[in-house]
Design a protein around this ligand. Structure first.
Ligand code: ATP
Ligand code: MG
Ligand code: MG
Length: 368
C-alpha cells in the first residue's frame, strides 16, 4: 500500500486539554493503515480571534496514511476520520474559533494542493453562521497554516526544513517570521512527548527532589530510562522497539537487590532522572557511572548535574577513580561529562542495539 506523510494540527481548550490531546494522539495512531511518525512538543497558546476564553493547548502529529486511489480521495477520507474523532471526543457545534474539546485540522497531505468544494446538498444549516468554512470541504495545505504560530511552532519541531507545496520558504523560516510578529510570549512549549508515559511531560515549576530508588519505583524508572534514552539516541541509533519491556525487567531485578545504588530525581510525582553506580564490570577496582539519564524536558534543569555530583561523592567513598562508557555519537552527553572532569581514555567498537557494531567512548575520572 502506498502511503503519504500527513501532518495533523491538534488543539483543545476545554477540560483537561493535555489529557484530551494525548488521547487524541492514541486515536490518530489507531486509525486503519496509519503509522505514527512523530509527535511535536506541547504548546500553550493565547487564544486568537475570540480572546475571552481559556488558553489553548496545541501540538502537531506526523502520520503516514494510505494514499487512497488518488490524493484528493485519500485526503478527504482522512478528514472524515478526523471529524469522527472530534465527535467521539465530544466536540460540540459552537462558534468558530471559540472554545472546543478537540480540533483536528489537516495541515499537509504529502505534496497535495487541494481545494475541494462541498456538494451543495451537504452544506449544513449552520452555514449561515460561517458560510466560508461551511462551503469549503477541504483545503490543503491548510489555508491558515502560514499565519499561525501555534501551528508553525509544533510543525517546525517535526519538519523544520519542509517547504509545503505552494510555499516559497521552509516551515522554520515561516515560524521565525511569525514569532517576530506575535512576540515571544504568544506561545510557550510546556512538554515533550514521552512515549513510555503516552503523554507530554515538562517541569512543574516546583522543586526537584533527589532520593534513593526503591523496588516500587522499578516500572517508572524503566519508563523514564526508556523515554530519556529515546530522546538522547533519536538521531544516532536505530529505534529500540523492545526497550521498555527490557528495561522494566532489568529494573525489577536491580532495585530489590540491597546492594544496588540507584537514585532518582523526582518532580512532583514524576521520576525525571535516574543514576546507577557501582564497580566497573571489567575493572572492579574502578567505580562506574553505569546509568545517568534525564527526561528531555528537564535537560538543563540542574537535575542531571545534581545526579552527577552525587555520583562523584558516593563513588569517592569506595574508589580512587571511576570509568564510564558513552556512545561516541552522543555529543551532548560527552560534553556534559567533559565539563564534569571526565577524560576520554579510549574509543572502542562494541555490539549494541541488537548486535550492531557501535563506537563507544570510555571516560575516566579521579575521585580523590
Ligand atoms: P480553522 O480551519 O480556521 O482552524 P476550525 O478548525 O475552527 O477553523 P472547524 O470548525 O474545525 O474550523 O471546521 C471548519 C470546516 O473547515 C470543516 O467543515 C472542514 O470541512 C473545513 N476544512 C477545510 N479544510 C480543512 C482542513 N485542511 N482541515 C480541517 N478542516 C478543514
Ligand atoms: Mg482549527
Ligand atoms: Mg478544525
Amino acid at each position: 500500500m502506498s502511503r503519504v506523510r500527513a501532518y495533523i494540527g491538534l488543539g483543545a481548550n476545554v477540560g483537561d486539554a493535555r489529557r484530551t490531546l494525548a488521547d487524541a494522539v492514541a486515536a490518530l495512531s489507531a486509525l486503519p493503515g496509519v503509522r505514527r511518525r512523530g509527535v511535536s512538543r506541547l504548546y500553550v497558546t493565547r487564544p486568537v480571534g475570540v480572546e475571552d476564553q481559556p488558553d489553548f493547548h496545541n501540538a502537531v502529529v506526523a502520520l503516514d496514511v494510505p494514499a487512497g486511489p488518488d490524493l484528493a480521495t485519500g485526503a478527504i477520507e482522512l478528514l472524515v476520520a478526523l471529524k469522527a474523532i472530534e465527535r467521539d471526543f465530544g466536540r460540540r457545534r459552537r462558534e468558530r474559533w471559540g472554545p472546543r474539546e478537540l480540533d483536528l485540522d489537516l495541515l499537509l497531505f504529502g505534496r497535495a494542493r487541494l481545494a475541494v468544494e462541498r456538494p451543495p446538498a451537504a452544506i449544513p444549516a449552520s452555514a449561515a453562521l460561517d458560510p466560508g468554512a461551511a462551503a469549503r470541504l477541504l483545503e490543503v495545505p491548510h489555508p491558515q497554516l502560514h499565519d499561525r504560530l501555534f501551528v508553525l511552532a509544533p510543525l517546525a519541531d517535526l519538519a523544520p526544513r519542509l517547504v509545503p507545496p505552494g510555499w516559497h520558504e521552509t516551515v522554520e523560516s515561516a515560524r521565525r517570521r511569525r514569532e517576530l510578529k506575535e512576540g515571544p510570549g504568544a506561545i510557550r512549549a510546556v512538554g515533550f512527548w514521552e512515549e513510555p508515559y503516552a503523554t507530554w511531560l515538562g517541569p512543574s515549576g516546583g522543586p526537584i527532589e533527589i532520593r534513593r530508588a526503591g523496588p516500587d519505583d522499578a516500572d517508572d524508572v524503566a519508563r523514564t530510562h526508556t523515554g530519556a534514552a529515546q530522546a538522547a539516541y533519536a538521531r544516532i541509533a536505530p529505534p529500540d522497539r523492545g526497550g521498555l519491556d527490557r528495561r522494566t525487567k532489568l529494573w525489577r531485578e536491580i532495585l530489590p537487590d540491597p546492594s544496588n545504588r540507584t537514585w532518582i530525581a523526582v518532580d512532583g510525582d514524576l521520576i525525571v532522572g535516574l543514576l546507577n553506580i557501582g564497580s566497573f564490570r571489567d575493572h572492579p577496582e574502578a567505580g562506574a557511572v553505569r546509568t545517568l539519564y534525564v527526561l528531555q524536558g528537564w535537560w538543563g534543569s540542574g537535575a542531571g548535574q545534581r545526579l552527577m555530583d552525587l555520583a562523584h561523592a558516593e563513588l569517592a567513598r569506595d574508589f580512587d577513580h571511576a570509568l564510564l562508557t558513552v556512545l561516541a555519537a552522543n555529543a551532548r552527553a560527552r560534553r556534559f561529562y567533559e565539563r564534569n572532569g571526565w577524560e576520554l581514555v579510549e574509543t572502542l567498537v562494541e555490539p549494541h542495539f541488537g548486535g550492531a557494531l557501535t563506537e563507544v567512548c570510555r571516560y575516566s575520572r579521579r575521585l580523590r
